[in-house]
Design a protein around this ligand. Structure first.
Ligand SMILES: NC(=O)c1ccc[n+]([C@@H]2O[C@H](COP(=O)([O-])OP(=O)(O)OC[C@H]3O[C@@H](n4cnc5c(N)ncnc54)[C@H](O)[C@@H]3O)[C@@H](O)[C@H]2O)c1
Length: 396
């Protein structure tokens, strides 16, 4: 008797599991390849949305905050390859929202996934941040960079075309300028790149220009604002949001901040024999909240049928590496040990932007000072020494 019950139970269990697993399979199949909505409930067919790719990343998340503050509805897409979802929760905390920012964990390399987001939301403009961004890594893994940055952008532009989305704001970089030794770079300065990362930006600028030229004068007229960023740093003044740099940050200021907070030993200053005021390299720095605001202005610009526009986004002032260490020392009121090492290949004396075109045409001017940038970076770094993650999560 017990034997019959046992076998009956086993058979029922076995077929039950198969049915259950078939059901799950169906569900998964029907859900794929649609991007999984990881969080966020806000969705309204009457509204127009700004789609932010790379919106959980450093610049993307601060821009999402600024857009929502300015009354825009936003949908975020990111594959979380260099970020976590936490910044969206922090934005909601700052703005007093609850699980309201729609987020899709999706990869730009999966066309069907991104197309599904366009099919669901009425997108009026895309801000395209999603990319890999480490120059040195790009020299070791050029194909990964071309595939992700270039391939991802082509997919995005195709999905925009298929869904008649005509407006885009694109994240480019000062790395597209050919080094000229001039005091500052205007948007007309000569372009040339020395590394695969920079080339992906330059190629993508060209692709956008090609599409713009093809569509010009037709009902498919496109509006594109290409922003060439100089060196963003700093954090939201609340200290709740900032740059979640990796174990060994690639950029100067996150590195200095990690030394200040005791996570790294010392700053390496690469070269003190440049033709600059103190021999160390000079760069143009911009507060992350200023940069985020430049995107809001750019979205407005696209809605005015601006055609194709290119703007430098920087402060127009140059600070040397030693000046930056000094400024951070003041902000944190602590010592920041450093050593002078040899020059790195590819580094140059001075890269500073001429910001007049953005001021004239976009009405954009930086509001935060160097002191503000260091103060906010320090506030964020002290409260979040390992970024949005714990030390253990970060080292994984
Ligand atoms: N931070 C800088 O100093 C700087 C300077 C100039 C230009 N930029 C450009 O600005 C943009 C944003 O930079 P950031 O500093 O915020 O970088 P970030 O790494 O913090 O953000 C980029 C985001 O894109 C996501 N991503 C990457 N590939 C993706 C893909 N295939 N599909 C979906 N998501 C993907 C990452 O997960 C990440 O969240 C990048 O395009 C970068 O090249 C940055």
């Amino acid at each position: 008797m017990y034997g019959v019950v046992f076998w009956l139970t086993l058979v029922t269990y076995f077929f039950g599991c198969r049915e259950l697993s078939k059901g799950l399979d169906k569900q998964i199949k029907s859900k794929r390849p649609i991007a999984s909505i990881a969080r966020g409930s806000a969705f309204d067919t009457r509204k127009e949305y700004i789609l932010v790719t790379g919106g959980t990343g450093y610049i993307g998340s601060h821009t999402v905050l600024k857009l929502i503050e300015e009354g825009y509805d936003v949908v975020v897409l990111d594959n979380l390859s260099n970020s976590v979802v936490e910044p969206l929760r922090r934005i909601e905390r700052i703005l007093g929202l609850k699980n309201q920012i729609p987020f899709y964990e999706a990869d730009l390399l999966n066309y069907d996934d991104i197309n599904a987001v366009f099919k669901k939301y009425r997108v009026s403009c895309v801000i395209h941040f999603a990319a890999l961004k480490a120059v040195e890594e790009s020299t070791r893994e050029p194909l990964r960079y071309y595939d992700n940055n270039f391939g991802g952008t082509v997919n995005l532009l195709k999905a925009m075309q298929e869904n008649s989305v005509k407006n885009i704001v694109f994240s480019s970089s000062a790395t597209v300028y050919e080094y000229s030794g001039k005091d500052s770079y205007t948007e007309d300065s000569k372009l040339a790149c020395t590394n695969p990362y920079g080339r992906t930006k330059l190629f993508m600028e060209s692709v956008i220009e090609d599409i713009y030229n093809t569509a010009a004068g037709t009902d498919k007229q496109m509006n594109a604002v290409i922003l060439r960023y100089f060196n963003p740093f700093g954090a939201h003044p609340s200290g709740l949001m900032g740059e979640d740099a990796g174990q060994l940050p690639n950029n100067l200021m996150p590195y200095i901040a990690q030394v200040a907070v005791g996570e790294l030993d010392k700053v390496h200053v690469f070269g003190a024999d440049y033709n600059t005021k103190d021999g160390t390299g000079v760069r143009d720095f911009i507060h992350i909240m200023d940069l985020a605001r430049a995107h809001v202005y750019s979205v407005k610009k696209t809605s005015e049928n601006c055609g194709l526009k290119v703007y430098n986004v920087g402060s127009g002032s140059g600070y040397s590496v030693l000046e930056m260490i000094e400024a951070m020392k003041e902000a944190c009121n602590c010592q920041i040990p450093f050593v002078i090492d040899g020059r790195r290949s590819g580094d140059v004396d001075k890269v500073v932007c001429d910001p007049t075109k953005a001021e004239r045409e976009l009405g954009f001017k930086v509001e935060y000072t160097l002191k503000d940038m260091c103060r906010d970076l320090w506030r964020w770094q002290q409260a979040n020494p390992h970024g949005y993650r714990t030390k253990a999560e970060k080292s994984n």
